[in-house]
Ligand binder design. Structure first.
Ligand code: ADQ
Length: 489
């Protein structure tokens, strides 16, 4: 781990995130089965080697009894995971309420769900208190496992209160905080009732990271406008103490995808898919079924394309793989029915007895099936309305070694800043523009495809998840060392 300069010693790292990278199923009073779960952060950190990392987080299940808690703790220890146990009430208020109903839509510029707006305003205080209590529970687990010199890396909007809890306990802890979503413009952020308390807590971290310079800039301007603090090129200064703020664009473990494509079973699957869709171009969407991913807008744009280009009917198929998420939330249930309805209508309108233009699956695919799909696809459609980065666009490029497929990418995804020169950038709200881009992508000449792909492939294979994590941890160590030096002078 050269760049940390640790001379052969591994850096101990405590990764604290709302969810552990496993799904846990109880098989008996004291027996659990564990499975590594899909998700952006998981994919990124799977690529990080050479650190002695442990994860601290919630396992996503309610375990009210001590026998169950002890058994789960033991099982998780084998996967280098440490659980935080949250009861149902706190999950309801902290996770479903404050995190997913307030911060998630706000950070993605979606506002609050229309019919819930007043209820949300009324419940706000109790949900924020639960949020703080939950963050304190994560902090308590960190204290139990902390050793001097450890780096503590807090992740995402669920844990904005954690840096303060940690520093209040021990000012010498090295604390970094990284946001995986966008940080919105200060004009949006300042509508949040708890805006100051959250900013002040995040500023307790030594290093604060975002995917893009724009998000970092929005954060600094929220601190200057709301807290009246001074923004400097390095970050935010408060009474002589500097919190470093910077952009650390995430990547993927591209080698893992390349290796998968060499596996016999994956090659077989690629052949089957190629055979199955012979004579048709394949377009692909892979998303969590979330409002921010713009799935209805994407499908409507595809409909417009079919409407305006009848010569393409029967010659192109859209495969939309959408993992259901937050299925107990009415807003998400509504989104699922809306997507099903649009897909049904379009298939009814443009389908034939032997083929339909859209295959929509409400499910997750295993890693190898996903790689095979990425590999056979001619065009990937990523039309997020807002997205912190979007790793699907990176994964697609990594699996497109020989095919040189085209990426259509929303300008509102963080990835637009890194893959913008190779992708066709679109405004996902403008379905005419997206429909035109579909035609452009499907008819693009090989030279242009090659040029665009080369740009993206070079980026994805050199800006990896491992680089991202190394750079963040390295910068955190340096920031703390510099601050100590300044204090001594
Ligand atoms: P997500 O919103 O989850 O992540 P994204 O970055 O696209 O979005 O990552 C999704 C991950 O889940 C990918 O690794 C993808 O392969 C996997 N996935 C999605 N649908 C799947 C399916 N149907 N079957 C199997 N796997 C599937 C959050 C932010 C993003 C940010 C990441 C990382 O919202 O903006 O890029 O964190 O910081």
């Amino acid at each position: 781990f050269r760049r940390l300069g640790l001379r052969g010693m591994k850096q101990r790292l405590l990764v604290v995130a709302n969810r552990l990278p496993v799904s846990a199923n109880r098989r008996g009073e004291d027996h659990w089965s564990l499975e590594i779960s899909a998700g952006g952060l998981v994919s990124a950190l799977l690529g990080v080697k050479d650190v002695d990392a442990k994860w601290i987080g919630w396992a996503g299940v309610n375990v009210p009894d001590e026998i169950g808690q002890r058994a789960l703790t033991r099982a998780l220890a084998e996967k280098r995971c440490i659980p935080v146990f949250l009861d149902e009430e706190i999950v309801h208020q902290y996770y479903n309420g404050y995190c997913n109903n307030i911060l998630w839509p706000l950070f993605h510029y979606l506002g609050l769900p229309q019919e819930d707006r007043l209820a949300t305003t009324r419940n706000f205080e109790s949900q924020f208190n639960a949020y703080k209590r939950a963050n304190q529970m994560f902090a308590d687990v960190v204290y139990q496992h902390y050793q001097e010199g450890d780096v503590i890396w807090c992740h995402d909007y669920h844990l904005m209160f954690l840096p303060k809890c940690l520093k209040d306990h021990n000012i010498n802890m090295k604390v970094g905080w990284f946001l995986h979503t966008p940080f919105p413009s200060s004009e949006i952020y300042r509508t949040l009732p708890s805006r100051s308390e959250l900013l002040r807590s995040v500023l307790c971290a030594d290093l604060v990271g975002f995917h893009t310079y724009d998000y970092a800039r929005h954060f600094v301007s929220a601190c200057t406008r709301i807290l009246g603090l001074e923004g400097t090129p390095e970050g935010v200064e408060d009474q002589g103490r500097l919190t470093r703020v910077a952009a650390f664009p995430i990547g993927i473990d591209s080698e893992r995808f390349k290796r998968a494509l060499e596996i016999t079973a994956v090659k077989r699957h690629i052949n089957e898919l190629t055979h199955r869709f012979a004579g048709r171009k394949v377009m692909l969407g892979v998303d969590r079924l979330d409002m921010i991913k713009g799935i209805p807008q994407k499908i409507l744009a595809f409909e417009k394309f079919l409407e305006e280009n009848p010569d393409w009917n029967d010659k192109v198929v859209l495969l939309q793989i959408a993992v259901p998420t937050r299925t107990d939330v009415p807003e998400y249930q509504k989104l699922t029915s809306q997507v099903h309805e649009i897909v049904g209508r379009i298939n009814g309108r443009f389908g034939t007895l032997t083929a339909v233009p859209i295959h929509h699956l409400d499910r997750s695919l295993d890693f190898h099936a996903l790689c095979a799909l990425y590999a056979v696809t001619d065009v990937a459609l990523v039309t997020s309305l807002r997205d912190g980065m979007n790793l699907v666009s990176y994964e697609y490029v990594a699996c497109q070694g020989s095919k040189k497929g085209v990426l259509i990418l929303s300008e509102f995804a963080g990835a637009a800043q890194s893959l913008g020169a190779g992708a066709i950038l679109v405004n996902p709200w403008n379905i005419t523009e997206v429909a035109d881009s579909i035609r452009h992508a499907l008819t693009m000449l090989p030279d242009e495809r090659e040029k665009r792909h080369r740009h993206n492939y070079a980026h994805v294979t050199t800006h990896t998840a491992q680089d991202w994590a190394e750079t963040f941890v390295c910068e955190l160590n340096e920031t703390v060392a510099e601050a100590q030096l300044r204090t001594r002078q």
